[in-house]
Design a binder for this molecule. Structure first.
Ligand SMILES: Cc1cc2nc3c(=O)[nH]c(=O)nc-3n(C[C@H](O)[C@H](O)[C@H](O)COP(=O)(O)OP(=O)(O)OC[C@H]3O[C@@H](n4cnc5c(N)ncnc54)[C@H](O)[C@@H]3O)c2cc1C
Length: 395
């Protein structure tokens, strides 16, 4: 017998759970809603962590996600165990809570570099606001920063820290930054933007170890022997979905490491339990395959669909994933997809001007679209991805 029972239990204090809480009330839910998150802060947006919050132009309050006043929020509290059959959880406070419906939205954890020297001071990972606070403090007296990883975190952080007067180097395994998601053309553009603002970009490079004199990092040593001076290192080398609670509960884990869910975001084999955000590996009717995406708007959209279904709507999740990124105020782009492989890239506009569109085409159909500098029509691209349409002529 649980200590208490709520109508809707939201596990995880990120944007997916927070948006679900908002949507439950917007959809007319009158029952009790309890959101349990293990962080110090109530739910907030993570994108500012590499952008405005890191730059000091946005405050903590700007990142906060407003919740309806009648949603109960427990911070610094973990769900330690979930029993899907009994529909109960056990909290780190030892309290047991029963639920009618629940959302599992435990997000992701940063992947850690597995090389010598990672114990040295001055090596940072960015996931929570507190990580950005620590990085800001650490770069204050520093001149040289090395960002490891050529994806969003590495590129955005290098751009932001450059605007704070730091000399930044981005080190990546690939031939171009962001190449894995958007191809070599867009990657070359991103590299050009970074270099034009003084960021050094070292491609095809693997970090072999970190070295320091004493406790603090001073050098990044690359395979092949090249050495980069670094007073501060930021590693952005991907995340792993946080499926600890799900795994312990016996939920099905998918090939992409997330929690398997059907098109309505229902966890496989667990009555009343929904999955959202970075951990959700769901049957996407839009893509005709299983999809897991690690983006803010996608997590929010999952939260909305899950809320409706927790109230009995029985709706498939049909929103086309959307994502954006900013490199300081130097460049911005939006993306619709994810393409997951393509055989053709069609460009509209002039890549060198920073205002252009790339259509990612597979078998003659739009699989994704990237719009830089506000050039493209994102809503049209979403419709084409959803309908499996051909790219517009000229595209
Ligand atoms: C630095 C950074 C910058 C980003 N920038 C962008 C961007 O520009 N554009 C974009 O689209 N996306 C961006 N993202 C990605 C986006 O933030 C994530 O996709 C989004 O936060 C996922 O939301 P979520 O709710 O699934 O998970 P999370 O935001 O990770 O939230 C999950 C929460 O659950 C908590 N939790 C985990 N286990 C438990 C438990 N057992 N009990 C209680 N609580 C638990 C975690 O502590 C965490 O607070 C960025 C991410 C980071 C880290």
């Amino acid at each position: 017998m649980a200590d208490r029972t709520v109508d809707h239990l939201l596990i995880g204090g990120g944007v997916a759970a927070a948006t679900c809480a908002q949507a439950l009330r917007e959809e007319g839910a009158t029952g009790s809603v309890l959101l349990v998150g293990r962080e110090l802060d109530p739910p907030y947006h993570r994108p500012p962590i590499t952008k405005g919050y890191l730059a000091g132009t946005e405050a903590r309050a700007d990142a906060a996600i407003a919740l309806p006043g009648d949603v109960e929020v427990l911070t610094r509290t973990s769900v330690m165990a979930l029993d899907p059959a009994a529909r109960t959880v056990t909290l780190s406070t030892k309290e047991t809570v029963g639920y009618d419906t629940a959302l599992l939205a435990t997000g992701a954890m940063v992947r850690r570099l597995q090389v010598d020297g990672t114990q040295l001071d001055g090596i940072h990972y960015l996931r929570a606001l507190g990580n950005a606070d620590a990085l800001r403090r650490d770069v204050e007296g520093a001149e040289r920063v090395v960002c490891v990883g050529g994806s969003y975190i590495g590129c955005e952080t290098a751009a932001t820290l450059t605007t704070l007067g730091k000399r930044c180097t981005v080190v990546l395994l690939e031939e171009q930054p962001l190449e894995r998601g958007f191809g070599l053309q867009v990657g070359a553009w991103v590299r050009g933007v970074l270099e034009a603002h003084g960021v050094e970009v070292v491609t095809g490079a693997e970090v072999e170890r970190f070295e320091g004199d004493g406790d603090r990092v001073q050098r990044v040593v690359l395979a092949g022997g090249r050495t980069l001076d670094a007073e501060v290192v930021v590693a952005g080398v991907g995340v792993n979905p946080d499926v600890m609670v799900a795994r312990k509960a016996g939920l099905e884990i998918g090939p992409a490491g997330g929690v398997r869910a059907d098109a309505q975001l229902r966890a496989a084999g667990a009555e009343g339990l929904y999955v959202a955000g970075d951990i959700a590996e769901y049957d996407s009717p839009v893509h005709g395959r299983v999809v897991r995406v690690e983006h803010e708007e996608v997590a929010a959209a999952h939260g909305r669909t899950a809320a409706r279904n927790m109230l009995g709507a029985g709706a498939d999740h049909v929103e086309v994933p959307y994502f954006w990124s900013d490199l300081a105020d130097w460049a911005s782009f939006e993306y619709v997809g994810p393409a997951h492989g393509w055989d053709d890239e069609r460009v509209e506009g002039d890549v060198s001007s920073g205002a252009f569109t790339v259509w990612y085409v597979r078998d003659g159909k739009v699989a994704g679209m990237l719009s830089a500098g506000g050039h493209g029509d994102v809503e049209r691209a979403k419709a084409l991805v959803a309908s499996g349409g051909a790219p517009p002529s000229g595209g």
